[in-house]
Design a protein around this ligand. Structure first.
Ligand code: AMO
Length: 431
């Protein structure tokens, strides 16, 4: 192999009948080799798809020696094919083994032999050679691109705030703490305090980053490290933020189906996630609905997992739950002026699954200080944050979208670990 041979390669998906008769070079992983004695058929995968190669004569013995999933460089003439799944095939004239794969491999990346999720995660890099799995992560990349594009179009500025912090952002629980030189530090649970502060200089900000929660629960929707799309905007109310999220979610899904259908087609198409509108249902209406379903929840109680699953049967797609009891929401959420037991807050649900949480924020420093105390937090630990509220803090609202959970919906995955490359939970710390 010469230095620039790899650059002169042709991609599997780019060949069709117009290439017949041409001599081309391909690089990829051997997915299959069917040996019929005098003739053999190879299926080779690259980042764009598969091509079929026909092998005859002396070359056949070369292929018999090469384990599947090895990397080869193949040179050959493009010709007509009888195979239904290919437009043309490559009559192999030369083969070079670039990297030999072990035999057997820990998992079968073609998916013919099914492995458990745990086993697949132990060999994640190899797992990505499965077409459905690689398409999950291509969709993830495209969804991030579309979300960024959408937020830029709404004049949001992308920011990066610290992940090593000195005090809790979401209250004291679920924090990972560690020694930071001679001090105690924590891993950020969210960018909440920073994003609020930044509205006084930038008005509209968003951040896409990993956050850390010492969630003791081992569920299909919690991880210790997850990615959140956070936004915060001056002079908007929680209803405006819901409008933005509704538009963002619907347009991202529409765009993925319209422009990336070659990826979306790999996910179960029996579930239709496209909607035109997202209904807004109050917390109190949810209690009524649950009561009629035989689930009695008192005002002020959180909606338990079984309650959300019941609610998810009534509202199986996207819906907002709005105006939560003030006592259920964090210190930074503002209550309604005339009904202080209710807060200006919302969650976006997909069935039982909470995707987004947000609200209008308290922007008065004295009231914020009281709220901290009421929630059992020490205002002294928040003195840096509180002082910024004296510098012309605008009224503001925002939310955090659990991106991994959104990916579960987009790819119809039932476990959050499916859509995260290297998930971290109570048990998993490697790879
Ligand atoms: P909240 O704590 O509800 O709100 O988090 C926002 C969203 O992040 C996702 N999420 C998680 N995803 C996977 N694993 C976890 N352990 C996990 N925890 C949360 C959920 C959730 O809806 N600061 C506020 C947001 C705001 O008001 O702006 C916050 O962090 O999808």
């Amino acid at each position: 192999m010469n230095d620039n041979d790899t650059m002169k390669r042709t991609f599997a998906s780019s060949i069709d009948k117009t290439n017949i008769g041409q001599n081309l070079t391909f690089i990829g992983w051997i997915e299959d080799f069917r040996d019929m004695g005098k003739i053999g058929f190879i299926s080779v995968r690259d980042m764009t798809g598969n091509f079929q190669g026909v092998v005859t004569g002396e070359l056949l013995s070369n292929f018999r020696e090469i384990p599947r999933q090895s990397v080869i460089m193949v040179n050959g003439i493009i010709q007509e094919t009888r195979a239904e799944s290919f437009q043309v095939e490559v009559k192999v004239e030369k083969v070079e083994l670039l990297s030999k794969a072990a035999n057997p491999l820990p998992i079968d990346p073609t998916g013919r032999v099914i492995s458990s999720l745990d086993k697949r995660l132990d060999s994640r890099a190899l797992d990505l050679r499965n077409l459905r799995i690689s398409n999950i992560f291509k969709t993830r990349s495209n969804a991030l691109y579309l979300i960024r594009k959408y937020l830029f179009s709404k004049m949001f500025v992308e920011v990066n705030t610290p992940k090593i912090i000195g005090s809790a952002t979401e209250g004291g629980a679920d924090l990972f703490g560690f020694e930071y030189f001679a001090k105690k530090a924590f891993l950020a649970q969210s960018p909440q305090l920073y994003k609020e502060q930044l509205t006084l200089g930038l008005e509209r900000v968003f951040e896409i980053s990993s956050y850390f929660r010492a969630e003791p629960s081992h569920t299909v929707r919690h991880l210790s490290e997850f990615v959140s799309v956070d936004l915060e905007a001056a002079f908007l109310e929680y209803g405006d933020v819901m409008d933005i999220i509704e538009d963002l979610v619907i347009s991202t899904i529409k765009d993925l189906y319209a422009n990336y259908n070659n990826q979306m087609k790999h996910f179960d198409d029996s579930q239709d996630i496209l909607v035109d509108k997202i209904p807004r249902i109050t917390y109190e209406k949810c209690l009524e609905d649950l009561k009629s379903l035989g689930e009695k929840i008192e005002f002020g109680e959180d909606l338990s997992d079984p309650a959300l699953r019941k609610l998810g049967e009534t509202y199986p797609k996207f819906y907002f739950i709005v105006d939560w009891p003030t006592k259920l929401k964090p210190f930074y959420i503002l209550e309604h002026e005339k009904k202080s037991e209710l807060s200006k807050s919302f969650d976006l649900q997909y069935g039982y699954l909470e995707i987004v949480s947000g609200g209008t924020r308290e922007h008065d420093s004295a009231r914020l200080k009281n709220k901290l105390q009421e929630k059992g937090l020490n205002p002294n630990s928040f003195s840096n944050h509180l002082q910024t509220f004296e510098w012309g803090m605008p009224p503001h609202s925002g939310c955090g979208l659990g991106f991994d959970r959104f990916m579960m919906i987009l790819t119809k995955s039932t476990n959050i670990r499916e859509v995260v490359l290297y998930p971290r939970d109570t048990e998993r710390l490697s790879p």
